[in-house]
Design a protein around this ligand. Structure first.
Ligand SMILES: *Cc1c(COP(=O)(O)O)cnc(C)c1O
Length: 368
């Protein structure tokens, strides 16, 4: 903000700021389409508009937005506890599961503590760890885009406080099997918390995949992270939760942003739970489109790994910028990780068709 003649003073005054924070990259939102007519497939959003019942539930609460929401998120906590057959004490909410993740990190790790996660994975992980003052310990994925749980176990030190397992992994779509996660847990000290981030759990159709809640029941040091943003399509309302050991969940409530979960979000989440049958039809459609997109990509010559998320991963390496430029020219906005690859969200059939055209175009030899 610069007001002519009144600028330099403001800009040169150096107030004390934490060094680590000033150096952090800001979280990057997926590219936005604006009015370009391009399809935004960069943020793993749900392509379906909100259900009418959900919109009605939100509308019915609009007359009360001058009031603070229920801080205890009481009704929804009861619903989630009943649904997963856990105690209400084990459930803790936040403004999106990213906020719950932040709570988990702040409650578990500070200066001098280490947090292990796979990399590349969800880009918020290293940022949130550093915001908490802790040290990120990223462990490279295997060649087939999976968590390298052997290397992650080997990275555990006396300073390790938290381990994040993203299942299925954003952005690669690979998953961790039940057997692999049990073998991993056998190597994790009982006082180190393991968080299974299941933001894409509803899209995961592989029966051999680890299911977080089973691990929560079996181990005293496992927490599960769920969100209403992806499969339930409430990304814009910000609501997610953890199912965590009692003492951990109590700390999450201590760390939480007071009144972070709005009444509109709570009502929308309750209405979504009432509409799960309707939502699961949509989820099935997205999964069906994922299958179609993956086979079409392979048929056109792309080598792609399977994905259990609502997105596909193209390991384009050094060609990432070039391929992304083709996508942009073809009206597809993907999430590009320069030097690594591109993540493309499964959208409507029309959006997916255009993506497939772009992907085929990107495979053609470049003509100068
Ligand atoms: C999208 C996503 C989340 C959830 O974000 P919200 O804050 O709930 O919208 C959490 N973890 C991963 C890995 C994600 O990709």
């Amino acid at each position: 903000m610069s007001t002519p003649g009144f600028t330099s003073e403001v800009e040169t005054v150096m107030v004390h700021q934490r060094e680590t924070i000033s150096r952090l990259p800001a979280y990057k939102q997926g590219a936005t389409a604006g009015d370009s007519g391009a399809f935004k497939l960069s943020s793993n959003e749900n392509p379906f508009p909100p259900l009418a019942s959900v919109t009605r539930a939100i509308a019915s609460a609009l007359g009360e937005i001058h009031l603070y929401p229920s801080m205890a998120v009481a009704e929804l906590t009861d619903r989630i506890a009943a649904r997963f057959d856990v105690a209400t004490e084990n459930v803790a909410f936040g403004a999106g599961s990213v906020e719950v993740l932040s709570q988990l990190i702040h409650a578990s790790a500070g200066a001098g503590d280490e947090v292990i996660f796979a990399w590349r994975s969800f880009e918020a992980y290293p940022i949130l760890v550093q915001v908490a003052g802790a040290t990120p310990v990223p462990i490279a994925l295997t060649d087939d885009e999976c968590h390298d749980l052997t290397a992650m176990a080997a990275a555990i030190t006396p300073q390790t406080r938290l381990i994040l397992v993203c299942n299925p992994n954003n952005p690669t779509g690979a998953f961790v099997t039940t057997d692999e996660l049990h073998a991993f847990m056998a190597q994790v000290p009982a006082d180190v918390l393991v968080v299974v981030d299941e933001a894409y759990g509803h899209f995961n159709r592989d029966a051999s995949s680890a299911v977080g809640i089973d691990f929560f029941r079996r181990y005293p040091n496992v927490a599960v992270l769920h969100t209403f943003s992806k499969a339930y399509g409430l990304a814009g309302l910000r609501i997610g939760y953890a199912i965590a050991p009692t003492a951990v969940a109590a700390n999450l409530r201590r760390v939480a942003l007071p009144f972070g979960v709005t009444e509109l979000a709570q009502r929308a989440a309750l209405a979504s739970l009432d509409a799960e049958a309707e939502l699961s039809v949509r989820i099935d459609e997205i999964v069906g489109e994922r299958t179609r997109v993956l086979s079409a990509l392979r048929a056109s010559g792309w080598r792609v790994t399977d994905s259990q998320g609502n997105f596909v991963w193209l390991r384009t390496g050094d060609g990432t910028d070039r391929v992304n430029a083709v996508f942009t020219a073809e009206g597809i906005l993907a999430r590009a990780f320069p030097g690594e690859g591109l993540r493309v969200t499964i959208g409507t059939p029309e959006q997916n068709d255009r993506f497939l055209v772009a992907a085929a175009a990107a495979l053609l030899p470049v003509t100068v």
